[in-house]
Design a protein around this ligand. Structure first.
Ligand SMILES: *Cc1c(COP(=O)(O)O)cnc(C)c1O
Length: 440
């Protein structure tokens, strides 16, 4: 059972000589769970192979993009074709139009879409646009929601920051290097607590440019919005003339063709995308009503640009991914796998006498190590992270690669089938026999 990780250990030592912490994004360093991160050599379908040749059943999916599974032939072929035509021109191309049309097909409320190169750029640009459009400065975000690493959004942000990526999750700002003056323009409210939002609007409503939120939270672990919370979001933003920004970077094209907006019947003013939209290559986008999006340069006074924006390879990968998803919408299949996984987990944890709260929407799932329900950030962070560590390593040693943090959603893909389900549940059943996971 025990994997040899000699090569990963060696690479991690070498990486730390030239890259801060040996990684280019903090959560990859396994700081929250300890141990050596696996260096990945290749991927196919639902699996990764690490540098020591161990096969890992992947529940991270590159943190969201790989909904079709790794190396999907349609995506690979599209990239290969684009590759033969040149890497980047810094000029408009037809693929950008086709991808924007696909986004609009899934999100009819987005009249205009602007492509950028990451989710961070998408939310950062959407905020600037909201401020430019409303002429107001304040932004509202929710504790534990993560919207990328732009200065004004690194305030009480989730996941990586909850698990030792930098700063302290309990103070605002949540990273060193974010000026207090920026943080002061960001008001923080509690997710699923409509009264707190109401109070905030009563006090600052006329100065609030926008409320940005994760329509289903993935970055504090999975949190599901209550109808009362969603109602308050829509009502208060409208009443006070603030824009509602749905950050669908994680949920877009994953929870439904039209993401959480479609699934939950939301009516945001602006929407941000990333992850699946790039099919595994770097992409982000933001869009919304023409009247708002026309404020973006070159049409309007809100500046936003990018040397590699609309990069041909990224557009090709995104287009192939969306076309594959739309041709034969997979959401019922993903839901079936998710329901079976969730049921299997419930049974195994109940048999082991271990209290957990399992939150799942479609192909996003979190097992919180505490009694449920878990609806708020405060409830999520009260989870037993020591027990989570044991769970994580118990699975990893058995070839199942769960996200290395209690506060990250696990994802599965269309490449996850009955065999993968069995393998996962068997690994969990075995892991639950380990002393570290048994009730103390
Ligand atoms: C991943 C994520 C981002 C940031 O996207 P990057 O491409 O990592 O910059 C923003 N918002 C949400 C909800 C995310 O999950």
């Amino acid at each position: 059972m025990h994997h040899s990780t000699a090569r990963s250990e060696e690479l991690f030592r070498e990486a730390q000589q030239v890259i801060p912490g040996g990684v280019n994004s903090p959560v990859r360093a396994f700081k929250a769970v300890g141990g050596t991160p696996r260096f990945i050599a290749r991927a196919q379908g639902a699996y990764l192979w690490d540098a020591d040749g161990n096969q890992l059943l992947d529940y991270i999916g590159s943190w969201g993009p790989m909904i079709l599974g790794h190396n999907h032939p349609a995506v690979v072929a599209a990239i290969q074709q684009a590759l033969a035509e040149g890497l980047s021109y810094g000029a408009p191309t037809e693929r950008e139009i086709r991808l924007a049309q696909r986004v609009r097909e899934a999100y009819p409320s987005a009249d205009l879409v602007r492509f950028v190169s990451s989710g961070t750029e998408a939310t950062m640009s959407a905020l600037r646009l909201a401020r430019g459009y409303t002429g107001r400065d304040l932004i509202v975000k929710f504790r534990g929601n993560y919207h990328g690493h732009a200065d004004s959004l690194l305030v009480q942000a989730g996941s990586g920051l909850l698990t030792g990526g930098g700063g302290s999750a309990r103070s605002a700002p949540s990273s060193a290097g974010v000026p207090q003056a920026f943080a002061e323009l960001t008001l923080v409210a509690d997710y699923n607590e409509p009264q707190a939002l109401e109070d905030l609007f009563q006090r600052y409503g006329e100065q609030i440019a926008a409320v940005i939120f994760e329509p289903v939270v993935g970055n504090a672990g999975v949190l599901i919005p209550t109808p009362a919370f969603l109602e308050a979001l829509h009502r208060l933003t409208r009443q006070y003339g603030a824009l509602l920004i749905a950050d669908e970077v994680m949920t877009g094209f994953r929870l439904a063709k039209g993401g959480a907006v479609e699934l939950l019947g939301l009516q945001p003013d602006l929407i941000c995308w990333g992850k699946i939209l790039g099919g595994g290559l770097p992409v982000g986008a933001y869009g919304g009503r023409a009247e708002i999006m026309q404020q973006v340069a070159p049409l309007g006074p809100v500046y936003q640009a990018g040397t590699l924006s609309g990069n041909p390879l990224s557009m090709a990968a995104g287009l192939a991914t969306l076309e594959t998803l739309f041709q034969d919408p997979p959401y019922a299949r993903l839901e079936a796998y998710g329901a079976a996984l969730e049921q299997g987990l419930q049974t195994l944890f109940a048999e082991a006498g271990l209290p957990v709260a399992i939150n799942r929407v479609g192909s996003m799932i979190t097992v919180f190590f505490r009694e449920g329900p878990v609806q708020t950030y405060t409830e999520a962070v009260a989870s037993d992270t020591e027990r989570f560590k044991a769970f994580f390593h118990g699975l990893l040693q058995r070839g199942v690669y769960w996200p290395p943090s209690q506060f990250e959603a696990a994802f599965f893909s269309l490449a996850h089938g009955p065999q993968e389900l069995d393998k996962t549940l068997e690994a969990i059943a075995q892991a639950l026999k380990e002393p570290a996971l048994l009730v103390r």
